[in-house]
Design a protein around this ligand. Structure first.
Ligand SMILES: C[S@@+](CC[C@H](N)C(=O)[O-])C[C@H]1O[C@@H](n2cnc3c(N)ncnc32)[C@H](O)[C@@H]1O
Length: 266
């Protein structure tokens, strides 16, 4: 599989991803963790979640297809003193592990970027131990909501949807999670579904979220792909940047990201 990762790992993207913690991004999983467990974190990225999860289990292995981000993951590990975490290159479509290898197999905001999330789910279930858990969580872009509503943010959503779909990915992944598990042959009664939200509305949150998306829209892989695919012109991207700046300067600004969450009992 030669998928194109819509976000890339530009510093503006990492400003968002490194904000993530086990508490704000994997709360639905935490009650199931204990020190005796091993956990595979698929698509670990900069690994702030992986290192946080490592404080709750015995061992974490983080894998990612992007070699460069594993240096950032290592830096996160050193900064946190997370001695029970390791990282290696790895592809969810071809996990290099025996069947029944991990107690918990976790993937946060990964399935939405894949052209074949069903094969990915089958692989994750394969390497999880009987009695163990597969935990996945993905956003639903079309279900995001915000105030104020500058034209640039509607354009941002339209361009994001088209770029992600051009990459054969599913930006509204949350609403497809149960269908994907069914197509992977996972019985419905083994799956517990929930929704967890991120809300950005404090002064610090709106300045951080607005500024990083203004920068991402022109400087990250998303902006580059939008231009390359002829989905957005420079003028369109400038409208998007202005939209984010307008949104972030309103003291009443509000932005909600809904995330679908599945716990699959193996
Ligand atoms: C949106 S980031 C999420 C990172 C991290 N889980 C988090 O939430 O902070 C998605 C990550 O999945 C990785 N990825 C994409 N395709 C992958 C694949 N086939 N196998 C493993 N990782 C993959 C990307 O390189 C990227 O680091």
């Amino acid at each position: 599989m030669n998928d194109t990762y819509t976000h890339g790992h530009h510093s503006s993207v990492l400003k968002s991803h490194t904000w993530r913690t086990a508490q704000n991004s994997a709360g639905y999983l935490l009650a199931h963790l204990s020190p005796a467990l091993s956990l595979l974190d698929v698509g670990c990225g900069p690994a702030t979640i992986s290192c946080d999860l490592a404080t709750r289990v015995g061992h974490v292995l983080g894998i990612d297809t992007a070699e460069g981000i594993l240096d950032t993951a290592e830096a996160t590990k050193v900064e946190r003193g997370a001695d029970n975490v390791e990282f290696r290159l790895g592809d969810v479509y071809r996990l290099e592990f025996e069947d029944n290898s991990f107690d918990v197999v976790h993937a946060h905001q990964v399935l939405q970027h894949l052209s074949d999330p069903v094969t990915a789910l089958k692989e994750m279930v394969r390497v999880a131990k009987p009695g163990g858990l597969v935990a996945v969580r993905d956003a639903d872009y079309h279900a995001m909501s915000w105030y104020p509503e500058p034209a640039g943010l509607d354009l941002w959503m339209d361009v994001y949807q088209r770029v992600a779909r051009r990459n054969d990915a599913e930006p509204d992944a949350a609403r497809h999670l149960l269908r994907w598990t069914a197509e992977a042959g996972i019985e419905r009664d083994r799956v517990e579904a929930s929704v967890g939200t991120w809300l950005y509305c404090t002064e610090a949150e709106r300045l951080w979220w607005g500024a990083l998306w203004a920068e991402r829209s022109v400087s990250s892989a998303f902006g580059t792909q939008a231009r390359e695919y002829a989905i957005a012109t420079e003028e369109d991207l400038a409208v998007i940047v202005e939209g984010w700046k307008e949104w972030m300067t309103d003291p009443s600004a509000w932005f909600v990201v809904p995330n679908g969450e599945l716990l699959i009992r193996v």
